[in-house]
Write a protein that binds this ligand. Structure first.
Ligand SMILES: O=C(O)c1cc(=O)[nH]c(=O)n1[C@@H]1O[C@H](COP(=O)(O)O)[C@@H](O)[C@H]1O
Length: 233
């Protein structure tokens, strides 16, 4: 059990009944929940409200990437929903990020954390080269994370492999949220830059996004307990 859970479970279900059946098995003290594009497109804001009504902090992972005005209005809509965290793509640029952060000021201490995606954890060096980016994933993550911090956001989504460098460079308060987390022995699925939960915390990760290893488990509460215990030792 943890009062400030570090694990954020990625609720990537195609069906609301299955998602809610899963949520029934776990507690807000064990984890936060991430609602992404698939579930939000299927089930919309009402689904998010159902989760917050059950006491869960929700990370609305819609990775906004558009002109500054549109993204600012979208993050404000997320704040109105009462989510705990929302994200944009850092590659949308500093103007887009600054404008989004400014828009959240009117929500005061009810404003969600605003973070930005750097390089997706499913991408490696060859994928960046294909996009014309010659930097290594680590160099590209650092360059984007500096822009995110300069724009006043609360942190970034990155892989745990870059966490140590980012914490050293950007300071302890800049939040690091990392998908691509796999408990020892779990399948890596389509993730390329992965790390185990205790390793991730030891290099400075603040929040661990974990999906399939928990959502596809027969006993998700037990897997969560095991992960939370591994983080304490
Ligand atoms: O923003 C994200 O959450 C995200 C960014 C990223 O770089 N990589 C990544 O996997 N994610 C999300 O993190 C979750 C990972 O799920 P699993 O691979 O099942 O643990 C998915 O919901 C992805 O959409």
């Amino acid at each position: 059990m943890s009062l400030d859970p570090k694990v954020v479970v990625a609720l990537d279900f195609a069906n609301q009944a299955d998602a809610l059946a899963f949520v029934e098995k776990i507690q807000p003290s064990q984890c936060r929940l991430k609602v992404g594009k698939e579930m939000f497109t299927h089930f919309g804001p009402e689904f998010v409200k159902t989760l917050t009504a059950r006491g869960f902090d929700v990370f609305l992972d819609l990775k906004f990437h558009d002109i500054p005005n549109t993204v600012a209005k979208a993050v404000a809509a997320a704040a109105e929903l009462g989510v705990w965290m929302v994200n944009v793509h850092a590659s949308g640029g500093t103007q887009m990020m600054r404008r989004a952060k400014q828009e959240l000021e009117r929500f005061g201490d009810k404003a969600p954390l605003l973070i930005a995606v750097t390089v997706l954890t499913s991408m490696g060096a060859e994928d960046l080269q294909e996009l014309g980016i010659e930097k290594t994933p680590e160099q590209q993550v650092l360059a984007l994370a500096k822009l995110v911090q300069k724009s006043g956001l609360d942190g970034v989504v990155c892989s745990a492999q870059e966490a140590q460098l980012l914490k050293q460079t950007l300071g302890a308060d800049f939040k690091l949220v990392t998908p691509g987390i796999r408990p020892e022995g779990a399948s890596s699925d389509d993730q390329k830059r992965i790390m185990t939960p205790p390793e991730a915390v030891s290099v400075g990760v603040d929040y661990l996004v974990i999906g399939r290893p928990i959502t596809k488990a027969d006993d998700p509460a037990a897997v969560l307990e095991q992960i939370n215990r591994s983080l304490q030792s």
